[in-house]
Structures are given as C-alpha cells and as structure tokens.
Design a protein around this ligand. Structure first.
Ligand code: FMN
Length: 221
C-alpha cells in the first residue's frame, strides 16, 4: 500500500500537521474571500454526529464570517467583553467557596482579568476575520465534539493556505446569549457555537514540539 504517491501525500500531510500552530498576531492584511470559503469548505467536510442530529432537511451546520471593523463585529466585541465579566464574576464566587476550584482555576482567572484590563477578547477585534461555526443541538448532545472536528479541519486548511488561525473558545459560552444569536440570525438555545480567528500571521512560529509518541503510548496485549 505504501506506494510513492501515498508517501508523497503523507509528506505534505505531516508537514501541515506539524506546522499547525496557534497564531495570535496578525498583519492588517485581510485574507481574500476565496481563501475564507476554502477554509469553510474544509470545515464542512469534517465529520458530524449523524445519529444525534437525525435527518432534518435543514442543514445542521452554519458558518458566520465577521470582518474586523464591521458593525456586527463591533457589536460582538462588547458582548464578548460582557461574557468575560460574567465568567470572571462567577469564577470569583466559585473560587471563594471552593478551595479545590481555587487551586485549579487560578491561572484561568488571571487570564480573564488580563482580558478585562486589555478590553478585548483575543480573536474578536484583534484579527482581520472572526468566524463562528454553529452546530445544531441534537441528542445525545455531542455538538461540541462535532465543532472540534470542524475547527481542526479549518485550522489545517488555513495552515495549508499559509494563513494564521487560533481558536476563540469563549464563542461557545456566547451560544446562550440572545443578543449574540440575534446578530448571527439564529434562535438562541438551538445551536452550539465555536469560533476562530484567521489572518495573515505577523510572525513565524516553529513547528509543534511534542514528546516522542512511544513515551506516551502503551501497547496492550
Ligand atoms: C478546547 C481548546 C480550546 C482552546 N481555546 C483557545 C482560545 O480560546 N484561544 C486561544 O488562543 N487558543 C485556544 N486554544 C489553543 C491552545 O492553547 C493551543 O492549541 C495549545 O497551546 C498548543 O499550541 P499550538 O496550537 O500552537 O500547537 C484552545 C485549544 C483547545 C484544544
């Protein structure tokens, strides 16, 4: 099976897998619409939970592209900051009552307070394009897993196109916000959401460094 053609395909694939990094700094150059469409198409090719979403004729995945400087992105920027404030307050109260949470969530709490100081959620207003993907809720509720597959496909495609990409996971918390969903034009509560930022990378990151796979693997008899 390992013919030359498969070897060549794997050289390309391995390179893209290793070069996929979280790029969080972008130039002001806006990726063209065709590149964005190709990234969305890669997301559409990702697996979905067929048994959970059933056979509804209304397609269960949607994409929303918000460009920096647009009215919709400006509105979302402040909604995202409101969400950060809610999360920071809830976490603070939880950590006061629960010492185990205090220990585990300390660095996340610090991150939320840094975002509050800066006044911007990374990826929403810091990148030329913010993309939201919606997956219809089904049973069992596995839409976040489907969205993760979708995001990974989009991430790999962005990498192959030479674009930078990072996840914006606060998007998921915003799925319950009626205001956010109304900007997207979807009913609140029916869709799970995930987001990412895309742009031309301002810097170059080294390929991923991971421990040898054998150190982390047990082959069972
Ligand atoms: C579930 C999940 C949520 C993440 N959320 C964010 C996020 O909101 N913002 C961000 O910049 N990176 C986010 N990341 C990216 C990780 O921080 C990143 O993948 C990790 O540090 C490894 O770095 P690399 O992507 O450059 O290999 C998330 C990753 C995962 C798996």
């Amino acid at each position: 099976m390992c013919t030359d053609i498969f070897e060549q395909r794997n050289v390309c694939l391995d390179q893209i897998l290793a070069e996929r990094r979280s790029y969080r700094m972008f130039t002001s150059e806006v990726p063209d619409d065709d590149a964005i469409r190709r990234i969305l198409h890669a997301g559409l090719l990702a697996p979905f939970a067929a048994a959970a979403v059933g056979t509804s004729k209304d397609y269960f995945r949607r994409f929303f592209v918000l460009r920096n400087g647009s009215a919709s992105l400006n509105a979302v920027k402040s909604l995202a900051m409101d969400q950060v404030a809610v999360m920071a307050q809830e976490l603070k109260e939880g950590m006061e009552k629960n010492p185990a949470l205090r220990e585990r969530a300390g660095s996340f709490a610090d991150r939320l307070s840094l975002i509050q100081k800066r006044g911007l959620v990374p990826g929403i207003g810091t990148a030329p394009v913010y993309i939201v993907v919606a997956e219809r809720k089904g049973f069992p509720p596995v839409e976040l897993q489907s969205l993760a597959h979708c995001m990974e496909n989009m991430w790999l495609k962005a990498t192959a196109l030479g674009l930078g990409f990072h996840l914006v996971s606060i998007t998921s918390q915003m799925s319950r916000s009626a205001e956010f969903c109304s900007i997207l034009g979807i009913p609140a509560g029916e869709w799970e959401l995930m987001g990412c930022a895309v742009g031309v990378p301002a810097d170059e990151l080294s390929p991923s460094i991971r421990p040898p796979v054998e150190d982390l693997t047990r082959w069972l008899d």
